[in-house]
Design a protein around this ligand. Structure first.
Ligand code: HEC
Length: 127
């Protein structure tokens, strides 16, 4: 009886870990990056992800087959100018009183290093 409980416990833990790891966003940091720098960038990416979900996801995430997808923005789209000035939607919905310059920088780090989605998935229509 004791062993059965133990086995069930292990299975439950395994499933839980599987579910959690599926949801987690992976990052693609450059090979040449030094380990301690990687640790720093990974932490920045985690922070950026939280900020992204708070400020950007409602407009930018898409749902494909029940899975929420963060778009793969191109590097040239991830510049402060494009984000703030050249976009009327952002001017009103994302003023720097809501998302500070520093926070935007962290979000861009996250979006820049985020592992790309399946390339079949279309991103950023018309771009
Ligand atoms: C109120 C909705 C809304 C919010 C909130 C929002 N965006 Fe956008 N964003 C848009 C729209 C609309 C476009 C233009 C759509 C397009 O051209 O595909 C856009 C375009 C972009 C682009 C492409 C820029 C380009 O034109 O090259 C990037 C990158 C982007 N948003 C990032 C962000 C980030 C990062 C945040 C959060 C800090 C954010 N957006 C918050 C609506 C929003």
């Amino acid at each position: 009886m004791k062993y059965i409980k133990l086995i069930i416990g292990f299975i439950a833990m395994f499933i839980l870990i599987q579910c959690r790891s599926q949801k987690k966003v992976q990052y693609e940091l450059p090979e040449a990056m030094l380990p301690h720098v990687k640790v720093f960038y990974k932490a920045q990416c985690e922070k950026g992800q939280t900020l992204y979900y708070l400020n950007c996801a409602k407009c930018h995430n898409s749902k494909i087959k029940g899975k929420e997808l963060i778009p793969d923005f191109k590097p040239e789209q991830l510049t402060g100018y494009t984000l703030r000035v050249a976009n009327a939607q952002h001017e009103t919905n994302m003023p720097d009183t809501l998302v500070t310059e520093e926070e935007l920088g962290i979000i861009m780090t996250f979006l820049g290093y985020k592992k790309k989605n399946n390339p079949i998935v279309p991103c950023c229509k018309g771009k």
